[in-house]
Design a protein around this ligand. Structure first.
Ligand SMILES: Nc1ncnc2c1ncn2[C@@H]1O[C@H](COP(=O)(O)OP(=O)(O)OP(=O)(O)O)[C@@H](O)[C@H]1O
Ligand SMILES: [Mg+2]
Length: 451
């Protein structure tokens, strides 16, 4: 077991003062620049160690640079500063947030403080007020930077997903998000996502499956589940969503898999779609309560889907080995490439593969598909329908009952789950190791972990 200790300011040139590491979060680049300039006047005391223009980057960069102070804008387009703050106070308690806004509305102030902000600055920020607020907050936050008050995050490097536990007994899971998507209806997205989610389940691993096919989602049918607490009820409450409450109201499959179903009626999808990142925001809110979050999607390539692929660790792209299936897959792969998603983010799964191509239905050979797409096929799932239909009738995915069965796609679907599991586990361990290497290099002591 390796323990993760809090950040300590490294000093260095600050005279009597410690050097205070500051991070700036504002979607307005001018504001970031002008605060940076103010802080440069007192460079022996303040050092800007990071900056972000949106909430998601703020979370990622803060976890990397571990600042002492974060100056956070309240209004940002993707996540509000309040949401980012409430996540950061859990994930990085050594950092103190100072909220910044043009509004001096007491309501905002109250919400910011409830989220864990330590103080408040009005825009436009004045230099003197900025310096004194940072100094006060830094001083007041001292106990949280000391190791004995840190959450004592521990990482078992052998544990899948490198999960962490804090001293309050709360387990922080890695929350790997896996989106299952096909640009073509009927390719087997729901078959793959339900089996993938069930296949990722193993001892001590917590998996959530979300049905984001908002109008005609089939996850409830595939797993024989119903629920009063669906995306339709939970999406409007996203800002106040409590993790424990969430876990208690989502459905639980007999395998232990947690499932958040889509709306009970297609017309209820409208409200969720009106906020294209609504499902992604729910996931961000509750991610640390799960090891894996698998999301079933519909074939629309829209902003709702892209908000999900943006936050995902892996996208399982499902295609059938047909002309239209491969053409559409190429379009999507090209798009992901233009969006700068790394190639390894995409797991390419061919579904309904005819092993005996002499009896084929005009399907294309895997090697030809790989050549055309300039990439390898990561999973080949045979075209055998009877066991899949039987599994749907029982409400239990084939990977649960038929993972070693030759006449069932259960084996290949389980191989896909093992592949995704191993890849994401490796990602977590890489992060643990690179953190370890960094801390050894900088001599800052043992500071490890994936949060
Ligand atoms: N490997 C397979 N072999 C044979 N049949 C399959 C296979 N995978 C899926 N099917 C069948 O294909 C049909 C569509 O599957 P599924 O509902 O999983 O696809 P989908 O992409 O989610 O569809 P939709 O676009 O309606 O959401 C189902 O009848 C299912 O039984
Ligand atoms: Mg489906």
């Amino acid at each position: 077991m390796l323990s993760r200790l809090g950040n300590t300011s490294t000093g260095g040139g600050g005279g009597d003062h410690p050097v205070i590491n500051v991070m700036l979060v504002d979607d307005n680049a001018d504001t970031r620049e002008y605060i940076k300039k103010f802080l440069a006047f007192e460079e022996r005391e303040f050092r800007v160690v990071g900056a972000a223009g949106n909430g998601r980057d703020a979370l990622r960069i803060a976890m990397e640079v571990k600042p002492d102070i974060i100056i956070m804008d309240i209004n940002m387009p993707d996540m509000s500063g309040i949401d980012v703050t409430s996540q950061l106070t859990k994930l990085l308690p050594s950092a103190a947030v100072i909220m910044m806004s043009v509004q001096s509305d007491p309501n905002y102030l109250r919400k910011a403080m409830q989220a864990g902000a330590r103080n408040f600055l009005n825009k436009p920020v004045q230099a003197d007020e900025l310096f004194s607020t940072i100094r006060d907050v830094y001083k007041g936050h001292e106990p949280f930077r000391q190791s004995q008050f840190m959450p004592n995050l521990t990482v078992d490097v052998k544990a899948p997903g490198a999960r962490t536990t804090n001293s309050a007994g709360t387990t922080i899971h890695p929350g790997h998000v896996v989106i299952v998507y096909s640009p073509q209806g009927g390719s087997g997205t729901t078959t793959v996502s339900t089996n993938l989610a069930a296949g990722l389940m193993r001892k001590g691993i917590k998996v959530l499956l979300i049905d984001a096919d908002l109008q005609f989602g089939d996850v409830g049918v595939f797993l024989k589940l119903q629920s009063q607490s669906t995306l339709a009820e939970l999406a409007p409450k996203v800002n106040d969503l409590d993790i424990e409450f969430f876990d208690s109201v989502v459905s639980t499959h007999e395998s232990g898999l947690k499932v958040l179903l889509g709306p009970q009626r297609p017309e209820l999808a409208d409200e969720i779609e009106a906020v294209p990142d609504s499902v992604a925001r729910i996931i961000e809110r509750i991610a640390t309560d799960y090891d894996f979050i698998v999301v079933d999607t519909r074939c629309h390539l829209d902003n709702l889907l892209l908000a999900l692929t943006d936050i995902s660790a892996r996208i399982v792209l499902v295609a059938t080995p047909t002309l239209t299936g491969v053409k559409n897959a190429k379009f999507v792969l090209d798009l992901f490439d233009r969006m700068d998603y790394p190639a390894e983010k995409i797991v390419f799964a061919l579904n309904k593969v005819d092993e005996d191509r002499s009896k084929n239905r005009g399907t294309i050979a895997t090697e030809s598909i790989e050549k055309y797409l300039h990439r390898s096929v990561d999973a080949r799932i045979p075209n055998i329908e009877a066991p899949i239909l039987a599994a749907v009738n029982k409400g239990v995915p084939v990977v649960v009952t038929q993972r070693d069965h030759k006449q069932s796609p259960g084996r290949e679907l389980m191989d896909l789950a093992d592949y995704v599991y191993a890849q994401l586990n490796e990602d977590s361990l890489d992060e643990v190791e690179s953190e370890s290497a960094k801390s050894k290099k900088s001599g800052l002591g043992l500071r490890l972990g994936k949060n």
